[in-house]
Design a protein around this ligand. Structure first.
Ligand SMILES: [Zn+2]
Length: 164
């Protein structure tokens, strides 16, 4: 993954492997595991990525940054659809939202593993900042013709891109 991130791209294959690996782990793991954040809930796919009061709040800040409403449907698949449909008819905007969705899921998964395996944690705002930095690099490489600038990205990316 590090090599891919350094090249500034997230390939479809990586996304595919990530989602499959996560689903596989969370649905085939027979031992009941409690959420690593100590929120008191059992860990499952929807809890970890959407409904956990700790990890779920990452979506609140990401949605606020994007100027989108925060929605938490029952399933992760529904969340992907609703989050990216918010992009409307613009293909570029929708494509950007898809990358942001994957990046947010990826960051939550990494942070969860960091807590489980290394006993370390970072704050929600640090996670949000990592997602912003990561997606800036990925999207700048994916859409070289769009007017990216780092300052505008942090303030309001769709305003910066003129698609807000
Ligand atoms: Zn939780």
């Amino acid at each position: 993954m590090g090599k891919i991130l350094c090249s500034g791209q997230m390939s479809g294959l990586v996304k595919f492997r990530f989602v499959l690996g996560t689903l596989d782990y969370l649905t085939c793991h027979h031992n009941v595991r409690m959420c690593v954040t100590s929120c008191g809930s059992e860990e499952n796919l929807a809890h970890l990525f959407l409904h956990c009061k700790i990890f779920g709040s990452v979506w609140y800040y990401i949605s606020r940054w994007l100027g989108l409403s925060t929605i938490f449907p029952f399933s992760v698949g529904d969340h992907f659809n609703q989050f990216t449909i918010d992009g409307g008819v613009s293909k570029a905007r929708r494509s950007i939202l898809q990358v942001l969705w994957y990046a947010t899921m990826w960051e939550i998964w990494k942070e969860r593993n960091n807590m489980v395996f290394n006993g370390k944690e970072c704050s929600i705002m640090q996670m949000v900042d990592k997602i912003k930095s990561l997606t800036f690099v990925w999207l700048k490489a994916k859409f070289p013709s769009l007017p990216f600038n780092y300052h505008g990205w942090w303030l309001s990316l769709f305003t910066m891109l003129g698609t807000g």
